[in-house]
Design a protein around this ligand. Structure first.
Ligand SMILES: [Mn+2]
Length: 206
């Protein structure tokens, strides 16, 4: 299988901290790829420790369905301060994506090659993984070559979505790392850890 996606991550820790509680993961598995962004509650070492446990758990079970992944993380995080997280699992064989979020890690799907270009946002449920889970319901939708998936933690101002129209021609070709860097520079807050993960779906064609 060739590369199914390309990815860019831009992140910075709360000023004065060496460790960020915000972490991103892109993990291929035999039938597809898992993408995730995790925000450990608060900031500093305890937040980073919780986020690290979540990421390790996601790596271990990457091929599992998102609902199962959140349940595994919930168990693993019981003795931590907990995290919020959003996941997207893309199946390479049929171009279907399943996504799920607990807490406030925003995920936008920008269908930049559709006519007209369109945007969909992951429906988030309140809760804290490791402390209190909401009823878990994952949503399934198709993704097409060129689609962008943008994860942002709450260290990124939420109005970024309104100034990044899906029809922006830059989004079709600009390297995903540049898109991530641009969003962090323009919309990153200095009052929290901040992270942007940008994924472009390349499709499973050779
Ligand atoms: Mn945060």
């Amino acid at each position: 299988m060739g590369a199914l996606i390309e990815q860019g991550v831009a992140a910075r820790a709360f000023p004065g901290e060496h460790i960020s509680g915000d972490r991103a993961l892109v993990r291929p598995f035999p039938q597809g790829v898992l993408a995730a962004a995790v925000d450990g509650l608060g900031h500093g070492k305890a937040a980073g420790d919780a986020a690290g446990i979540a990421i390790d758990t996601l790596v271990t079970y990457a091929a599992e369905a998102p609902v199962v992944l959140v349940q595994h993380c919930h168990r693993a995080l019981r003795n931590t301060r907990g995290v919020v997280m959003s996941l997207a699992s893309i199946n390479a064989s049929n171009g279907m994506m399943t996504w799920l979020g607990v807490g406030n890690v925003d995920v936008q799907l920008l269908r930049v090659s559709a006519s007209p270009p369109a945007r969909e946002a992951l429906l988030l449920r309140g809760g804290v993984v490791g402390y209190q889970l909401p009823p878990l319901h994952a949503y399934r939708l198709s993704v097409n070559t060129g689609d962008l998936l943008i994860f942002t933690t709450d260290g990124i101002r939420s109005d970024f979505a309104t100034v990044l129209p899906a029809a922006d021609p830059l989004l079709r070709h600009q390297p995903v790392q540049e898109i991530a860097d641009r969003l962090l520079a323009r919309f990153g807050k200095t009052t929290d850890d901040a992270l942007v993960l940008v994924i472009r779906y390349l499709g499973s064609e050779p």
